[in-house]
Design a protein around this ligand. Structure first.
Ligand code: 5AD
Ligand code: SF4
Length: 488
């Protein structure tokens, strides 16, 4: 028989005291679960299925889970707890989740493994309904606004074995001070804002992550100062619309505490640039419309801010951009690129492109190819348009047939690869500052690192170089990586 505990549905918590209480409660529940699990040698696995924000959420989940006396394993069969952290930006993430759930069902049946499913996809009602109908063996379902309540959910399961759906339809508070277990010890991600107010017509994010809300400057800067003390060298500032940090708060006059002069994205970049020990700053994902002059000037002035700018294009056609609700034209995008090239020495660009958006004609697609030709991106993340239930584009009648989408995707890929080859050749013979990350995963005799422009460089050198940012001479180029030598 199915029994669900429905928690916190539609119960908006408001402000300071309540948040402190929520954190105290989670810390208490962490202790309670830790005690229950003591001496049992329990294991957990986590499957992260989304973007860098999703990965950062997984690091928070791992921090809480490890404090509750579980150790991590990659082996699902060995796990007492399996956590799925889902994404729903594109359709293939759904196929992956349902495929994996089919696989873990036997562990549930054989040894009673606890199955928890969280993240963006759980904010979609039709997905939770599908889970109830077709995969009713799950224990916990939690959404994006209730991730921090995972210890309470787990404690409930351990005590009562009743299934829990812990999903909140309205924006959760920003919760600080819970444990985090980071995947890397050189590079760290720091979420600076949650949610998105842009409502691009193809995108599900505003519906599952809610409205934009920024973390306080003090919390962010203290977190990065701590990372620097722990020896981290690179931070990536994360947000669905990262360069509109604190914009809503300023526009709607929502009070926030200014700290070290930080009241905008530009001032945040400048403040992070001052933190000793941090050598590189990246940020993802910005929106072209929010690259105001103060942001461009901060990128130019701050020596630690990488000069690779991610500038999501989505389409090169002004007509399609309009229907996508992107708020810029092809010409405005190209003008922004030119402006940045003039203002920021050595600037490079990466981008996201969607092919096969509803109504996209051959002419529209040619505009996309034209922008790729003109800008010379370092990296292009290419996506085939995927219909998302609940978005305006899903309801548009002029959907593009699958075979045309795929054919255009292949043409774009070919152009991108041709351009990349040319870009790669430009690196050979140059000196690049490379942050060495450690041993290469493919060849343990080699080290791997990245240039400012995020190109992978491999080199033969002693492992002690890991964590150092050093000049390398690029000696050869390959499609997906460069080879370097320590410069004399
Ligand atoms: N279909 C295909 N790609 C999408 N993206 C977002 N929504 C969709 C969709 N429905 C892409 C965009 C975005 C990136 C993170 O994912 O290019 O920038
Ligand atoms: Fe989605 Fe557009 Fe917001 Fe990016 S800016 S998360 S593409 S709605």
């Amino acid at each position: 028989m199915k029994q669900y505990i429905l928690m916190h549905k539609q119960t908006k918590t408001s402000g300071g005291n309540n948040v402190t209480k929520q954190i105290e409660k989670q810390l208490e529940d962490i202790q309670k679960v830790a005690k229950l699990n003591e001496g049992k040698n329990l294991k957990y696995s986590i499957l992260t299925m989304g973007c860098q924000l999703n990965e950062n959420d997984s690091e928070k989940l791992c921090g809480m889970i490890e404090k509750m006396n579980y150790t991590k394993t990659e082996n699902l069969a060995d796990s007492n707890l399996i956590v799925f952290n889902t994404c729903c930006v594109r359709e293939n993430a759904e196929d992956r989740l349902f495929g994996k759930l089919g696989e873990v069902k036997k562990y549930k049946e054989e040894k009673g493994t606890i199955i928890a499913i969280g993240g963006c996809m759980m904010q979609e009602k039709h997905i939770v309904e599908k889970l109830r109908q077709s995969y009713p063996f799950f224990d916990i379902v939690f959404g994006t606004h209730t991730l921090h309540q995972f210890p309470t959910d787990l404690y409930q399961i351990l005590c009562s074995h009743k299934r829990i759906e812990d999903i909140l339809d309205i924006d959760g508070e920003i919760i600080e001070g819970l444990p985090i277990k980071r995947d890397d010890n050189i590079k760290a991600s720091v979420t600076i804002m949650n949610g998105c107010n842009n409502f691009c017509t193809y995108c599900i994010v505003p519906y599952v992550r809610g409205r934009e809300r920024s973390r306080s400057p003090k919390d962010i800067l203290q977190e990065i100062e701590n990372l620097a003390k722990q020896g981290y060298k690179e931070v990536t500032l994360l947000g669905q619309n990262v360069n509109s940090y604190l914009r809503v708060e300023r526009e709607k006059q929502i009070p926030f505490e200014e700290y070290q002069g930080v009241h905008s994205f530009a001032t945040l970049l400048r403040a992070v640039n001052e933190i000793q020990g941090i050598e590189r700053i990246r940020f993802i994902s910005p929106h072209p419309k929010d690259f105001t002059d103060d942001v461009i000037e901060a990128i130019r002035d701050c020596d630690k801010v990488c000069k690779l700018i991610h500038l999501p294009l989505q389409s090169g056609s002004t007509q399609i951009l309009k229907v996508m609700n992107r708020k810029y034209t092809k010409e405005q995008y190209l003008a922004l690129v030119e402006k940045m090239k003039k203002m920021i020495p050595n600037v490079t660009f990466s981008t996201d492109i969607i092919v096969g958006f509803p109504g996209e004609t051959e002419e529209d697609f040619a505009d996309t190819l034209d922008v790729v030709e003109k800008v010379g991106f370092e990296q292009v993340y290419m996506f085939i348009y995927s219909r998302r239930v609940g978005t305006p584009a899903d309801k548009m009648e002029n959907q593009i047939p699958e075979e045309i989408k795929h054919e255009r995707f292949e043409r774009l890929k070919k152009l991108v690869e041709q351009k990349m080859e040319k870009q790669n050749q430009k690196y050979v013979g140059t000196i690049q500052k490379v942050l060495i990350e450690g041993k290469s995963k493919n060849n343990d005799k080699m080290l791997t690192g990245r240039t400012d422009s995020n190109r992978v460089v491999i080199l033969e050198a002693a492992e002690e170089l890991a964590g150092k940012c050093i000049p390398l001479k690029i000696v050869s180029e390959h499609m997906w990586y460069l080879k370097g030598e320590v410069a004399e």
